[in-house]
Ligand binder design. Structure first.
Ligand SMILES: *Cc1c(COP(=O)(O)O)cnc(C)c1O
Length: 409
């Protein structure tokens, strides 16, 4: 590891893609040349001002950035402690942060002359963002989705089809996200020349975790400028929910070298972090292993079989976590906690009624932790929470849990 790395949390990974003991490149011989090619192209793009100028233009005019940093005055008052700000990434085109990253990868694909984009999706949010940007650039889009998820997430399957994408149900394994990832990797090897694999979170083999982080870091960069304008100083704490960890890494990364900033990631505790594995808290309830081309904390059984996990929020049920989070956890730079389905549901209702914002169930997890933390903090403590997605997609799930019927008043 380079000397640079010891003095800064922001310079990783090393040249092999490792964040300490995590990350790396665990892929077959056939995939290796593709990954090296991608790495070389990304290295060129990320130091090319023209690449970022095009990103900035699209972020502004297509996505709607910068997203506001909003002082949640009623939430602040109700909790009676820290001053709470929401970073409003739910206002982005397609309703979440995922498009920040997809735009970057698709621009890279175009530079590489790739005309065929593949993606894997679980709940369908990354599939929708990818289908959206492919439509905008006239690229062919194929989305691998577990057959079980296709059944569970019909509205997103329909959105992808409306946007011109082909959705391929994956029947191998248990027909969920893990199986879709395997099929996407297999597709990539088979149709190398014309294909670009667009990954939806800070996971996968190097350089994906660092590349996706760099694209999502726009969240933290904007926050840094906006909070200095609003409060004339840095925040005291940052809170974000974690599925694979991309919205959290995007918010956290520009602050990693500011020791005064406390950093907290919130995992999905499902029905409780216990050994029945009815949760998706890979860090708080998992063990290190290898999945999706990198080494990180995973939900697995004693024999090393990857487990499905459970969360009320479909976007949080990724069986692993980005390797940079695993490293920040072990290095003690960031804290990781979990909240349960019930706590997230309560936070969802609280946010709707107190602030007039219907949050996605994912950031409702972050808010559930903010509700526990804020009252213990002094009134001059500044806390920024990432409101990474809007809740329109979740109203049926919530109605179901509350026992409400949509067709009755
Ligand atoms: C996909 C998704 C997540 C989980 O992904 P991360 O990579 O952890 O950010 C969280 N929130 C929303 C709104 C999502 O769509």
């Amino acid at each position: 590891m380079s000397a640079e790395m010891r003095n800064s949390y922001t310079t990783g990974p090393d040249e092999k893609g490792r964040f300490g003991n995590f990350g790396g490149r665990f892929v077959s011989e056939t995939l290796m040349p593709l990954i090296l090619d991608l790495e070389a192209e990304y290295d060129k793009a990320r130091t090319d001002p023209d690449f970022w100028a095009e990103m900035d233009h699209l972020w502004k005019h297509y996505v709607g950035r910068p997203s506001p940093l909003y002082f949640a005055s009623r939430v602040t008052e109700a909790l009676g402690g820290a001053r709470i700000y929401y970073k409003r990434d739910e206002l982005n085109h397609t309703g979440a942060h995922k498009i920040n990253n997809v735009l970057g990868q698709i621009l890279l694909a175009k530079r590489m002359g790739k005309q065929r984009i593949i993606a894997e999706t679980g709940a369908g949010q990354h599939g929708v963002a990818t289908a959206t940007v492919c439509a905008k650039f006239g690229l062919k889009c194929i989305v691998y989705m577990g057959a079980h998820d296709v059944e569970r997430q019909k509205p997103n399957v329909f959105r992808m089809k409306m946007l011109g994408a082909e959705v391929r149900p994956v029947i191998s394994g248990r027909g969920t996200l893990k199986d879709a990832m395997n099929d996407a990797l297999r597709d990539w090897v088979t149709y190398v020349d014309e294909t670009f694999y667009c990954i939806g979170t800070v996971a996968g083999p190097h350089p994906y975790p660092a590349m996706v982080r760099d694209f999502q870091a726009i969240i933290g960069k904007e926050t840094r400028a906006q909070i200095q304008e609003a409060e004339n100083r840095l925040p005291d704490s940052l809170v974000a929910c974690i599925g694979g960890g991309s919205n959290a890494m995007g918010l956290f990364h520009p602050f990693l070298d500011d020791p005064s900033v406390r950093i907290i990631g919130v995992e999905a505790g499902g029905k409780g972090v216990n050994d029945r594995m009815e949760h998706c808290a890979s860090l708080t309830g998992g063990r290190p292993g290898v999945l999706h081309g990198n080494r990180t904390y995973l939900l697995q059984d004693a024999a090393g079989q990857i487990l499905e996990g459970h969360s009320i929020s479909a976007g949080l049920d990724y069986p692993g976590i980005g390797p940079e989070h695993a490293w920040l956890h072990d290095a003690g730079r960031a804290e990781y906690v979990s909240v349960t389905d019930d706590e997230a549901l309560e936070a969802f209702r609280f946010c709707c009624r107190t602030e007039g914002i219907i949050p996605a169930l994912e950031p409702a997890h972050a808010l559930a932790h903010v509700r526990k933390l804020a009252p213990t903090l002094p009134g001059d403590h500044i806390l920024v929470m990432n409101m990474c997605g809007r809740g329109d997609k979740d109203i049926f799930t919530v109605a179901d849990h509350l026992g409400w019927q949509m067709d009755r008043e």
